[in-house]
Design a protein around this ligand. Structure first.
Ligand code: AMP
Length: 300
């Protein structure tokens, strides 16, 4: 913690906000990543093609006790939160969703809250500086609790964020979740959150018929348990207009991040075949984690 406090003080003295955020982030990630200075299992020479990231060949099948540093990319509504949180439980590492950090800040009526509300409710991206500041605080709190490793969800979302992250830690693997465009909007509009426990549910029933040689796709609703059913809320940015803007911004600002990691041989493309029962076992297989597949799919 002393190191972190020193870093924070040094960062405060830095001349620009960007330098401040970067310096703090750097120190925190360095503290989290013992292998920060060592050479990576994956580097830009390892695999520049669009094959499976080389790290997958070296993963242990026994998932617990692994110190992973993974990122989940994908359009709004694709299910990053669902699968990142399941993997976080399976692997015993924190799931850090920057969207949740932003919403916590919004709810806190802190100094940033009114500024953030306008940006988020219009479906725009929060500035890189603010998001790195929120992420740094979260990592600092995790470090104080003895956490290490992470699954990032919703970060990085710009090339600049990706460059900062790449400069301070060694991301092993980036999972790029993909879902048919026609399902994304419906999934966002159907999303419901329990205002008490924070559980995520979905009332949408997606049933895309097979057409022109493309297979159909069925995704069952994910209903809340009875204790949550009367406490459901909808995110303010899950309206049709705002979701369309978030999708547009994803294509403009975040899609280039896919190429950033693809060119470094870290990107695993994963097309979701349907809902959780079909997708979760396939994702585990793609991650070479099939060892626990049966137990987990039974829990889906
Ligand atoms: P999400 O829950 O991931 O959909 O994020 C909700 C909102 O939080 C986004 O629409 C952005 O306004 C903001 N946000 C989350 N993560 C980031 C990020 N990495 N960079 C900029 N803005 C973000």
């Amino acid at each position: 913690m002393a190191v972190l406090s020193r870093c924070s003080r040094a960062a405060t003295a830095a001349t620009t906000r960007t330098q401040t955020a970067t310096a703090t982030f750097s120190c925190i990630l360095r503290a989290l990543s013992p292998s920060f200075c060592s050479s990576s299992a994956l580097n830009s020479e390892t695999d520049l093609s669009n094959k499976k990231p080389a790290v997958l060949g070296t993963l242990k099948r026994e998932p617990t006790g692994r110190n992973v540093q993974w990122v989940f990319l994908g359009c709004p509504g694709v299910g990053k939160g669902t699968y990142a949180s399941r993997l976080s439980n399976l692997l015993g590492v924190p799931h850090i969703a920057t969207g949740d950090l932003v919403r916590d800040e919004l709810a806190s009526s802190g100094p940033l809250s009114s500024q953030l509300k306008e940006i988020v409710n219009q479906g725009k991206l929060v500035s890189d500086e603010i998001i790195i500041e929120l992420l740094s605080k979260c990592l600092e709190a995790g470090e104080a609790k003895g956490e290490s490793g992470f699954i990032l969800d919703g970060f990085p979302r710009t090339i600049r964020q990706a460059e900062i992250l790449e400069g301070v830690t060694d991301i092993e693997l980036v999972v790029n979740l993909k879902l048919r465009e026609e399902a994304l909007l419906a999934k966002c509009l159907g999303r419901r959150i329990c205002s008490e426990c924070g559980g995520n549910y979905n009332v949408a029933c997606i049933d895309i018929k097979a057409e022109n040689g493309r297979p159909g796709m069925y995704m069952a609703p994910l209903p809340p348990p009875p204790q949550c059913a009367t406490k459901l809320i909808t995110r303010a940015d899950d309206t049709e207009e705002v979701v369309k803007e978030r999708l547009r911004i994803y294509h403009e600002m975040t899609q280039p991040v896919e190429e950033f990691y693809r060119s470094r041989g870290k990107l695993l493309e994963f097309d979701l075949p349907g809902g959780i029962p079909e997708s979760w076992p396939k994702l585990l297989r793609a991650l070479n984690l099939e060892y626990h597949e049966d137990k987990q799919s039974a829990a889906a």
